[in-house]
Design a protein around this ligand. Structure first.
Ligand SMILES: C[S@@+](CC[C@H](N)C(=O)[O-])C[C@H]1O[C@@H](n2cnc3c(N)ncnc32)[C@H](O)[C@@H]1O
Length: 255
């Protein structure tokens, strides 16, 4: 596989790439939710809900230890919380961009929720170095965050370390559909979307980075192969909305 991780323009090496990604999300945090919903015409809500539904059995277990990694402003976390029973063990919601996380906690934090409602605990942490015990989690979910990691293989290995044997991984990511739909979408994604992003956000880099990072991300068969090579079984990719996005799933092997 050619691509090993995200490389924002100008960043050399993994450290620089990670810092560039962190700074970018910190800077767009105030406008992130608005932009997301405008650019996806609210379809992102359906994707978060659908991904959460896929893990409904484990989410319904009150004792399950669940992590939303790269949680950002917390909309995936909220979709997960909807499926947790009252009194469930708190879900963990981690991100390394403090400005994104601080917006998320206003939605999913204990003080933002009614008494007894499931809530999430924020964790400011790098996905490649999680401050969590090995074999401690039943489920890790990531929505539109994994693509931004500076090293995809290292990310999958770190998730493998903290998942219990038999624990599940779900990665929701964009992809580039083929055929006519893919061609039409490419025009929107590569030209229209960065222009709208610039207009709302007033910044050049962030929404030009999005299509570039999606274009550089491994295609579904490559990503599935990488998951298999890093210790996951029952790996599959389920396309959402003509393959504009999709959910990668895998189960941590016993060794
Ligand atoms: C596109 S946002 C997605 C946020 C949210 N999951 C959603 O679906 O709206 C990507 C998030 O991943 C976070 N992120 C990227 N690389 C990370 C890393 N190495 N460790 C922790 N968070 C990371 C960014 O800070 C950002 O908040």
């Amino acid at each position: 596989m050619g691509v090993t991780g995200a490389r924002p323009v100008g960043a050399e090496g993994e450290e620089e790439a990670a810092r560039a990604v962190q700074q970018m999300f910190d800077s767009i945090a105030p406008r992130y939710d608005l932009l997301n919903h405008v650019l996806s015409a609210n379809v992102d809500r359906l994707w978060w809900r659908r991904a959460a539904r896929r893990f409904k059995a484990v989410l319904a277990d009150p004792d399950a230890a669940v992590l939303d990694i790269c949680c950002g402003t917390g909309d995936m976390t909220m979709a997960l919380l909807k499926r947790r029973p009252r009194g469930a063990r708190p879900t963990l919601a981690a991100d390394f961009a403090r400005n994104m996380l601080s917006r998320g906690v206003k939605k999913f934090g204990e003080s933002a929720r009614k008494a007894g409602e499931p809530y999430a605990v924020p964790l400011e942490a790098d996905a490649l170095h999680l401050p969590l015990r090995s074999e401690s989690l039943d489920l890790i979910v990531s929505a539109f965050g994994f693509r931004n990691l500076a090293n995809y293989e290292a990310g999958l290995r770190e998730f493998h370390r903290v998942l219990k044997p038999g624990g599940q991984l779900g990665i929701l990511e964009f992809s580039e559909p083929g055929g006519l739909i893919g061609k039409a979408y490419a025009v929107y994604f590569r030209r229209v979307l960065p222009a709208i992003g610039r207009a709302i956000c007033g910044r050049n880099g962030a929404y030009s980075y999005l299509p570039i990072s999606v274009g550089n991300f491994p295609a579904p068969p490559e990503m599935v192969a990488l998951m298999q090579a890093t210790g996951y079984e029952q790996c599959e990719w389920q396309p959402y909305t003509f393959g504009i996005a999709g959910l990668y799933m895998g189960v941590r092997q016993n060794q």
